[in-house]
Design a protein around this ligand. Structure first.
Ligand code: MG
Length: 296
């Protein structure tokens, strides 16, 4: 059990004594953006640079999900349980319909192309989709189809259920992973030079106000994060996954991975399995908690 490293005694309660980090798949270039699609009984994740998405099914099979994926990165599911993807290649937010076809939900703001949407989260009560729009997918040759930046910044967007796109957060350097702790609290990772995760208060009209820095990880940066049903934060980091108290103030422990962890999600039929995308590999460890999104 060398991969579990407690810094707080409560960390041990999150795992069965025999819980093991299991290697499920390898040979990816940069595994990212996992999400559990309950209706399809699978975790879907990206290899942005291989221009492919993969699925790990609840029955233990690895399948190519979409190829080319047009450099999809982050994913979530919407209020109908449909898969939502951030497409670097198409510089858009897209939805996969029940018949498997893709619909573009957003690709411009005020007449200008989006940069390259990176990660997306469903608001827990109003059904809006919030996504980050840094420029990695147009700056890095192998992470998209190129292009130039048209927007004047790297914003966080809100797409309402009615399809209205607004940009409530404009004060970040490189907004990246994001997760709702509650209907009025968004945790947003910034992977810019002074990388940290920030808490924003969100109101019913869809505006957002910076409250404070929530936490920062060391080594590495928070690229992706999720919460469990007790509000604990599970964040990616250079050495694995860090588990942090709900207020961001206390690290509870770490799940160490051999390579840098980019992102993670809870999944499985009960929402208790933690899936970790760490550079070349997909890992899984059973927990004794559940993903907050899956319990909503
Ligand atoms: Mg990301």
């Amino acid at each position: 059990m060398t991969e579990l490293q407690a810094t707080d005694p409560t960390f041990a309660d999150l795992f069965a004594p025999d819980a093991e980090l299991e290697h499920l798949a390898g040979d990816m270039t940069w595994a990212e953006g996992p999400t559990y699609v309950a209706a399809r009984e699978r975790v879907i994740y990206s290899d942005v640079r291989q221009n492919r998405t993969w699925a790990w099914t609840d029955y233990g099979a690895l399948e190519v999900e979409e190829e080319p994926s047009h450099h999809q990165n982050g994913h979530c599911t919407d209020v109908d349980g449909l898969l939502i993807a951030c497409s670097h290649g198409h510089r858009s937010i897209v939805r996969q319909e029940f018949d498997g076809t893709w619909t573009t939900l957003a690709n411009t703001f005020e007449g200008k192309k989006l940069n390259s949407p990176n990660d997306v989260a469903l608001h827990p009560t109003d059904g809006s989709l919030w996504f980050t729009d840094p420029t990695y997918g147009i700056d890095k040759e192998d992470e998209g189809y190129g292009g130039t930046q048209e927007l004047g910044g790297r914003y966080v967007f809100r797409l309402s259920r009615e399809g209205i796109l607004t940009a409530p957060i404009r004060d970040r350097d490189k907004p990246n992973g994001l997760a709702f702790a509650s209907a009025d609290l968004l945790l947003l990772a910034d992977t810019g030079d002074d990388a940290a995760t920030f808490g924003y208060r969100v109101d019913a009209s869809g505006s957002a106000t910076l409250e404070r820095e929530w936490f920062r990880v060391d080594p590495g940066k928070t690229d992706g994060l999720r919460l469990d049903i007790e509000g604990r934060i599970w964040s990616s980091a250079g050495d694995g996954v860090h588990v942090i108290s709900p207020d961001g103030g206390t690290e509870l422990g770490r799940i160490r991975t051999p390579e840098t962890t980019a992102n993670l999600c809870f999944g499985g039929p009960y929402g208790t399995l933690l899936y970790i995308t760490a550079t070349s590999s997909l890992w899984r460890i059973p927990t004794r908690t559940r993903g907050l999104e899956l319990a909503r």
